[in-house]
Every structure is written in C-alpha cells, then in structure tokens.
Design a protein around this ligand. Structure first.
Ligand code: SF4
Ligand code: FES
Length: 257
C-alpha cells in the first residue's frame, strides 16, 4: 500500500526545521510503524539522502525510547500502544500522516523526530530511588507487602518514561510521569522512609526542568500507552504538600511558638 508521509526534518536544536513530504509505496500491513520508517530510510540512504532520525530500542513497548506525534496524537493515539507496537494494518492505502517530534521546551529536538529526554533522568536522580538497605534478592521476599499496595505500586511502575504525557499536555506538564514514579515507591514499605522528601525533590526538579503545572485536563492519561491513571498525580501532590508543610519552620507549620 501507499502512505504519504509529511515528516518534520530538523538538523539539530538550532535549526528551524520544516516538513518534508515522502510518498512511500513499499508499505505492507504487517510492518510495524518503525519498520515502515526503516524501509523508507533504506530508500533515502540508497539515494544519498539523510535518513529520518527517530528514537527506538526494544521495539516491544517496554523501554520507553520510541515516540513521536502521528497526526497530532502522541504514539498515534491508539489505546495502550507505543509507536513501536503500532502496525500499518491500522492505516489505509493512500493515508496521509504527519509525523512530528514531542513538543516541549524541556524536550529539545536532537534531530528530526528524536528529542532529548535527559530532563526525565534528572528528575529520577533527584529522588526516584530508595536508599534503605533491603538486603539481597531473597531478603526482598521477606518484606511483606499488602496485596492492594503491591498492585497499586505495580500499576504505577508500568510507566516507561516515554514522555507521551508531556507531549499530549497543553501545558507540557510532566505530572503523570512524576506522579507514577512517586506513587510506585510510595506504595511500598521500602519506599516509606523517604516518601515525602522524594515527592519534594522530584517535583522541585520537575519545575527546574521547565515542565509546567498540571491543570487537570487529562490529555496525559488518554495518551499514556501504559494506562497510568490521574490518581498518581493526586497522590504525589498530597505527598508534596505534606512534605512542604513539614519543611516550613516549626512556628509557621504548627502555629505555635
Ligand atoms: S506516564 Fe505514561 S505517557 Fe508518561 S512517561 Fe510514563 S508511560 Fe509515558
Ligand atoms: S522502542 Fe521500546 S517502547 Fe518503543
């Protein structure tokens, strides 16, 4: 089948960038979206042209490396689907698709459809870990975790850090990503000692990186390929507020001298 692609081409973060039209005639329905781009790139290389840059690694929906906008929708807008797991059978012969990188000042374009998401790494480094000694692997099984807490932690841990939530948000907020990371550890007994400090550090770093605040629009939840729920934002906000309250001078926090 034939697919008309309009692809954002940008040499580097300084370049202005522009759309380029490609008529791709060698697409079959069994290809993944990234395989379709691989074939186009081989054709571009054989003509001596610059291939389209895009991020990818696992190509099985678990690493979080892939992602760009397809017709204005993060990862293409298919439920619980990363762009590497999207197949061409979802499109029709002659479809025109517009491919653009994630748009957020905290995700500067590296080249074409690839953006720099190191801001996410710095948020994790600010608090997305535990420092209590929990022993070796078999000791971890001796720490009892209530089933409900284990399930909620596991749901939040499904976040792969792809950045689709930021790209879909009109504010370019990272609240869903940060909320998922804070909730994941905050539900577990091992995550309790640093729970509130973690929320404080990660949310502060989120602000430093230039992500905006959440205004409850919900586009992030709709775009998330891992079905992370808005509840993680409410939970991380509660942890953040508690931490901010106790961080204030005692007189101000309690009202007593
Ligand atoms: S919350 Fe969802 S959309 Fe955001 S980074 Fe995690 S997996 Fe991606
Ligand atoms: S390449 Fe790993 S999630 Fe898409």
């Amino acid at each position: 089948m034939k697919i008309i692609l309009h692809v954002w081409r940008q040499k580097n973060s300084q370049d202005k960038g522009h759309m380029v039209r490609y008529e791709h005639r060698d697409v079959n329905e069994h290809m993944s979206f990234l395989e379709m781009l691989d074939v186009l790139n081989e054709q571009l290389i054989s003509k001596g042209e610059d291939p389209i840059a895009f991020d990818h690694d696992c190509r099985e929906g678990i690493c979080g490396m892939c992602g760009f906008m397809i017709n204005g929708k993060a990862h293409g807008g298919f439920p619980r689907t990363t762009v590497c797991q999207l197949h061409m059978r979802h499109f029709r012969d002659g479809d025109e698709l517009y491919l653009e990188p994630w748009r957020a000042s905290a995700f500067p374009v590296v080249k074409d459809l690839a953006v720099n998401r190191v801001s996410f790494d710095r948020i994790i480094a600010a608090g997305g870990f535990i420092s209590v000694p929990t022993g070796s692997a078999q000791d971890a099984n001796n720490i009892l975790v209530p089933k409900q807490a284990a399930d909620l932690a596991m749901d939040a841990a499904a976040c792969i850090g792809c950045g689709a939530c930021v790209a879909a948000c009109p504010n370019a907020a990272a609240a869903l990503f940060v909320g998922a990371k804070i909730s994941h550890l905050g539900h577990l007994p091992q995550g309790q000692p640093e729970r509130h400090r973690r929320a404080l550090s990660m949310i502060r770093q989120m602000n430093v990186e230039g992500f905006a605040n959440c205004t409850n629009i919900g586009e992030c939840e709709a775009a998330c390929p891992k079905d992370i729920k808005l509840e993680v934002i409410a939970r991380s906000n509660r942890d953040f507020l508690k931490a901010s309250f106790f961080e204030r001078p005692a007189t101000e926090a309690t009202g007593v001298g």
